[in-house]
Design a protein around this ligand. Structure first.
Ligand code: ATP
Ligand code: MG
Length: 650
């Protein structure tokens, strides 16, 4: 990058109270990679085990002798760790703080004792319905406490949950139900998002008419909005009716550490979603440890992660991490712009949120509306901010830091994947200086490396493909039902390492900068250009709200740069501005990055988790709209249609 990078040094006041200082990070990191067995054996003590593990790590990425096992002779139950063990000390502490979509409804405070009782009642009901250890259960619920209860009830009886985001349509539900042959589906009458009703039960009905879904014997329906829905007897049962009268205690299933905990389908940015399988012991150790360390957790924190439980961020950092740590987690049903664009900040003030974790897509969207909706709120309770999901453009980072955090709260830019179970590259506030746009340094035990196209490891300051040279406890174990795809996708490209699929740069200070997905890297006349860098240059222009950049075939350069640009509210699209933006990128990065085409985009195609789908934009740029590939995870298909029409000059 030609730009000087501003460093935000660790704040002395923050560091005075934080769990880790610079020296701690360096020492513990060195210990963690020198002796993983000692390090992760120690960390595992944070959980309650029926039988403590004596074997810690048993991993080989060698294809002839492939295995990933952690804590393989340990036995535990995830729900016991998230509930029972807190009852003595924290029984009355709020576990879940539920904020409705409608800001006028009173928030619900669910204590650990109450959550334990609710989980046990549902777990008993599931057993009565014939659910056994190893059965798959699909959860298709809005962001309501029952979603958390359902996940933990599955864990209690040893069933494997597969949470499907409530924004998915019947086809996507059916694919996911069929892929893992679910026996039972837990849904609600309707969901609510920004006062809009989502017909969840009707979607399930439509999904279960599709081929491959015969495995489903029972559908449990939570009464949420109270809307009338079709109940098909004997398949469909009301949730409140089946849990009524169930005992408030329930014998937990003894799970081996390597027994599956859940399946979760990736968001589909790069292709057909994969059924990522996580197991019990390693995942829970890793989720709880990273949650405590990265968010510098304190006993009295009010912690809010805005992700949906339908994504891995919701699994690890709303449910399993925070609850295993006895934290208070806010569960928010709504959206950032309802009833207005101050909602996030109002919720923070209302509940005195101290740690806030969200996605760059939300930050960029809220930035479009300016500072005033933020500034009119207090946010004095905040002490730490986090982001995840995409590279955060430095411009958005600064806005988050200065406007949302009043230049007071460190930001942890956390890089990880559904596959990794938890955060792998992140600053630890108090220990690591911040650089806007960089996820910074590896977490304990994580060994990133950069390799060239032939797999040769690059040393020092370099840019290449990001791999992980060794395992960590939260690593996925397989693609459900397709182990060959697991090996093929992650371990064949660079033998001996896990391939992340992401491109990355390491600077002179050893900081990691994710440049985007490797498939998205553009090769202009032999120069590799990361999409993230060009996009960030565009977003740093005062009139640009969001940008997506892809490569397209170019006669002379091999690949040219094609930019899609969304302007901030109220700005006019015209040729002068187009030229100005092209010149701007040229000045910010250099002539090599000059966009060849710049198309206005009133909206960008995104996954349902808010990530830009560049593979679709690439096809549009290539003028091949008939080859868009899997579009089932698109949040709003009409966006694609309008971009295609514009491209074709219709
Ligand atoms: P699919 O694997 O189906 O294409 P996906 O990769 O979008 O979907 P996720 O597991 O939700 O599914 O996303 C992980 C990816 O998100 C990472 O590989 C990376 O590209 C991106 N990402 C996540 N966090 C960050 C971050 N802090 N900085 C940069 N990129 C990030
Ligand atoms: Mg991915």
């Amino acid at each position: 990058m030609t730009h000087p990078v501003t460093v935000y040094p660790t704040d002395a006041d923050f560091a005075a109270k934080s769990r880790y200082r610079r020296e701690d990070y360096e020492r513990l990191y060195a210990e963690s990679v020198a002796d993983p067995d000692a390090f992760w054996g120690g960390v595992a003590k944070r959980l309650d085990w029926f039988k403590a593990p004596t074997k810690i790590k048993n991993v080989s990425f060698d294809l002839a002798d492939f295995r990933i096992h952690w804590y393989e002779d340990g036995e535990l139950n995830a729900s016991v760790n998230c509930l029972d063990r807190h009852l003595a000390e924290r029984g009355d502490k709020t576990a879940l703080l539920f904020e409705h979509d409608d800001p006028n409804l009173p928030a619900e405070h669910i204590s650990y004792r109450e959550l334990h009782a609710r989980v046990c009642r549902l777990a008993n009901a599931l057993r009565n319905l014939g659910v056994k250890k190893g059965d798959r259960i699909t959860i298709y619920l809005p962001m309501i406490p029952e979603a958390v209860v359902a996940m933990l009830a599955c864990a209690r009886v040893g069933a494997i949950h597969s949470v499907v985001f409530g924004g998915f349509a019947p086809n996507s539900i059916a694919d996911r139900v069929a892929d893992c042959a679910s026996k039972l589906v837990i849904t609600a009458d309707e969901g609510l998002r920004g006062s809009k009703k989502i017909p969840l039960k009707a979607n399930v009905d439509a999904a279960l008419k599709l081929p491959g879904t015969n495995s489903v014997e029972t559908v449990l329906v939570v009464r949420h909005t109270g809307a009338a829905v079709d109940m098909q007897m004997p398949r469909d049962r009301w949730y409140d009716a089946v849990v009524e009268g169930q005992p408030e205690t329930c014998e937990p299933e003894r799970m081996n550490a390597e027994d599956p905990l859940f399946i979760l389908y990736t968001s589909g940015s790069t292709g057909k979603p994969k059924g990522v399988l996580h197991t019990t012991g390693g995942y829970l150790v890793y989720a709880s440890f990273t949650h405590e360390a990265v968010f510098d957790l304190r006993e009295d924190d009010i912690y809010w992660c805005t992700a949906d439980v339908g994504w891995v961020t919701g699994h690890s950092y709303i449910v399993y991490g925070p609850l295993a740590n006895g934290a208070t987690a806010l569960v928010f049903e709504g959206v950032p712009n309802y009833p207005d664009v101050s909602r996030f900040w109002n919720v923070i003030d209302k509940h005195k949120v101290s740690v806030f974790y969200t996605a760059p897509t939300a930050i960029r969207a809220l930035m479009r509306d300016g500072d005033e909706p933020v500034k009119k709120t207090s946010r004095a309770s905040l002490r730490l901010l986090g982001t995840v999901g995409e590279p955060i453009n430095p411009e958005a980072w600064r806005w988050y830091y200065e406007v949302v955090g009043d230049s007071r709260c460190p930001i942890v830019d956390t890089w990880w994947q559904t596959e990794t179970g938890g955060i792998l590259i992140t600053p630890l506030a108090g220990a690591i200086d911040l650089k806007p746009g960089s996820a910074s340094k590896p977490f304990f035990g994580v060994q990133p490396a950069l390799v060239d196209a032939n797999g040769g490891e690059l040393e020092g300051e370099a840019e290449g493909n990001l791999v992980l040279k060794d395992s960590w406890p939260g690593q996925m174990r397989t693609v459900y039902g397709d182990h060959p795809r697991f090996i093929e996708t992650y371990f064949k490209t660079y033998p001996g390492s896990y391939f992340t699929g992401d491109g990355c740069r390491r600077d002179a200070d050893g900081y990691y900068w994710i440049t985007g997905r490797v498939d998205d890297v553009i090769n202009v006349s032999g120069h590799r250009i990361g999409t993230a860098e060009v996009e960030s240059a565009l977003v740093s222009h005062p009139k640009v709200a969001e940008a997506a950049v892809v490569g397209f075939p170019h006669d002379l350069k091999g690949q040219g740069i094609y930019a899609y640009v969304t302007l901030i509210a109220g700005e006019a699209q015209n040729d002068d501005l187009r030229k100005e933006l092209v010149a701007w990128v040229r000045k910010e990065i250099g002539p090599i990055a000059t966009p060849d085409h710049l198309q206005w985009a009133p909206g960008l195609p995104k996954t349902r988790s808010g990530k830009i789908m560049r593979r679709i934009l690439r096809k549009i740029a290539e003028n091949a709209p008939d080859q868009l590939g899997d579009t089932s995870t698109l949040a709003d298909p009409s966006v694609v249609e309008s971009l295609v029409n514009e491209r074709l000059g219709k």
